[in-house]
Design a protein around this ligand. Structure first.
Ligand SMILES: [Zn+2]
Length: 473
């Protein structure tokens, strides 16, 4: 049988079935971007005539990681909004107000580089102007599950009890941008790009606009990717406006169903999380981000216990400091064990499933990626088992590959990433990104943002400004 590519590896986690699908000595045959067979490595040379053979003799091969929710553009503000309450107003806002679109686009490239180097092959990016990200995804070869942000509320500082006024012209403009993005990019790059609809959150859009976005998404068979009950500020807004908590209100207006990808649920309780799960909507948990900026672990355990599909995301590097799914896998395990004081909760294998197959199912790509099975797209990564952090390799009587991957690996152990059977990263080099040039450009953006943000940063005088005065940064 002739195939494009044959991948040979001593250890494979297929993520098929309900565990991690471990297989030893595997030959994975890939043709026209799809996996056509996973057989024994022994005798593979006789069974297949491959145009190319990828021999990975001391590696662990597994599906490419999926980052179901992130804002790549925010990467340009990495490390500027932590260790503070009210992170958005007192941490991020002075810098966010100084960011230009070219800064965001540069931040996006930085985030994509960092993500792919750490084994992410599907990016659930979410932003206000996604043109440059779409072009970068097409060029670099990664898979993009991309969302246009829609809001109907102007960006400025609001008092805690001030009801946001809606600006319909702004909402209309952003919905039109989403529709146009969908028409131009959905299905492009050999189907690697999918466009979703992105109402920012229930408090940022009027009900008529929310319903219009929903109709537009449902008509096209596209998902709605939305922050849900992402903080007490949202809860207060919805209570003031409609007299209900956000999830109850979203249920009443028919927003909770399988079309919805609900991100965060930070301010939801277990009962509300279970209600979302039962509706068929998916949940995306961003443990690093919400842990760092809010000190909260959202009720993912209750959501999963109710049978919901729950995936993982990195959210934004301004808060969580990294576009790296290894951080999130470790964080969800640690935080769950700490919150419930039970080391048996959230084992490593479950976190790995949340970053692969469960994430794929949560965002509607379960038939395409997330596991290595015949018929699926050949998105895979190779982890070097001779790196110090992956050693020793125990195989009998107990394998330690999955615990080492989740609790010990930090990202550089991933030495190869492929999407649709095409290698997009090898030894840290990502096709289509000039690292030196990007590094200079990123730091030039940082200097410009610093100059423009300085006055407001000092006026706000948040934790960051005080730490600077006290010599703590
Ligand atoms: Zn977000």
């Amino acid at each position: 049988m002739r195939v494009d590519l044959l991948v040979l590896a001593p250890h494979v986690l297929t993520m098929a079935g309900d565990g991690v699908g471990y297989r030893a000595g595997v030959a994975m045959a890939v043709d026209r971007g799809r996996i056509v067979d996973l057989g024994d490595a022994a005798g593979a040379a006789e069974r297949y005539r491959a145009d190319e053979t990828l021999s990975l003799p001391h590696h662990l091969v597994l599906p490419g990681l999926i980052d179901a929710h992130l804002h790549t553009g925010c990467c340009i503000l990495r490390g500027l909004a932590q260790d503070t309450r009210h992170w958005m107003m007192y941490g991020l806002q002075p810098f966010d107000n100084a960011v230009r679109q070219e800064d965001r686009d540069t931040g996006s490239l930085l985030a994509i580089l960092e993500a792919v180097q750490a084994g992410t092959t599907t990016l659930g990016d979410y932003g206000e102007d996604m043109e440059a990200v779409c072009a970068a995804v097409e060029r670099i070869g990664v898979r993009g599950h991309l969302t246009q942000l829609i809001r109907e509320v102007e960006r400025r500082v609001y008092g805690p009890d001030e009801l946001y006024p809606f600006t319909p012209a702004l909402g209309r403009q952003l919905l039109d941008r989403n529709l146009s993005l969908y028409d131009r990019w959905n299905g492009r790059a050999d189907g690697r790009i999918r466009i979703l609809f992105g109402p920012q959150a229930a408090d940022f859009l009027s009900e008529p606009l929310l319903q219009e976005v929903r109709r537009a998404a449902v008509e096209r068979g596209a998902r709605i990717h939305m922050h849900v009950q992402q903080g007490d500020r949202e809860t207060r807004q919805i209570m003031m406006r409609y007299g209900r908590r956000p999830i109850a209100w979203l249920g009443e207006i028919g927003f909770l169903d399988e079309h919805l990808i609900a991100v965060h649920l930070t301010d939801a309780d277990d009962r509300e999380a279970a209600e979302v799960a039962r509706s068929g909507a998916a949940m995306i948990l961003c443990p690093g981000s919400i842990g760092l900026i809010d000190g909260i672990l959202p009720p993912a355990a209750a959501f999963q216990a109710a049978g919901g599909r729950c995936g993982l995301g990195t959210d934004q590097a301004a808060g969580n400091n990294g576009t790296n799914m290894f951080n999130e896998m470790k964080a969800v395990c640690l935080f769950t064990k700490l919150k419930h004081q039970d080391p048996e909760l959230m084992p490593a294998w479950r976190a790995l499933r949340m970053a692969t197959i469960e994430n794929a199912r949560a965002i509607g790509l379960g038939d395409q990626v997330g596991s290595l099975e015949a018929g699926k797209r050949a998105d895979f990564i190779a982890v070097d088992l001779r790196r110090a952090s992956m050693l020793p390799v125990h195989l009998e009587p107990m394998r330690n590959l999955v615990p080492n991957l989740v609790y010990s690996a930090r990202g550089p152990e991933v030495v190869l990433a492929a999407v649709d059977g095409r290698v997009i990263m090898r030894d840290g080099e990502v096709a289509g990104i000039d690292r030196e040039e990007l590094c200079d450009r990123v730091n030039a953006c940082a200097r410009g943002i610093g100059e423009r943000a300085a006055r407001e940063f000092r006026e706000v005088d948040g934790v960051g400004a005080r730490f600077m005065r006290m010599g703590r940064l």
